[in-house]
Write a new protein. Structure first.
Length: 110
């Protein structure tokens, strides 16, 4: 399975009562067990951008609508039982179907 989310991020998610888009994105990704690398590929941004957003970094105005839609679609797939997937390979396949392009498989295992 992919490297788990950082302890710091999980604590922040558990303790954050706010409903910022950053926290919604992070909470949804964690619930869906989608590694940041896959979230980045699905949104067409860098992995570093996703990590920044998870930590509360600014999301550009031009990306807000896309990320809101992304979170909504993931929430729907979580509610429908489509996510989380049972394996990293299935998660990668989901991300590739979503984005329409190959996703790097260079995720650290452990």
């Amino acid at each position: 399975m992919a490297r788990s989310f950082s302890h710091d991020l999980l604590e922040r998610i558990d303790s954050d009562a706010g409903e910022t888009l950053n926290m919604k994105l992070a909470k949804t990704a964690v619930a869906a067990k989608l590694p940041a690398m896959y979230v980045a590929a699905m949104l067409g941004v860098s992995r570093m951008a996703v990590h920044s957003w998870f930590r509360g970094g600014e999301i550009r105005q031009s990306r807000l609508e896309k990320i809101q839609g992304f979170v909504k679609l993931l929430d729907e797939d979580l509610q429908a039982g489509v996510l989380p997937k049972k394996s990293l390979a299935e998660t990668k396949e989901y991300a590739e179907r979503f984005s329409g392009r190959p996703v790097s498989s260079q995720i650290k295992l452990g």
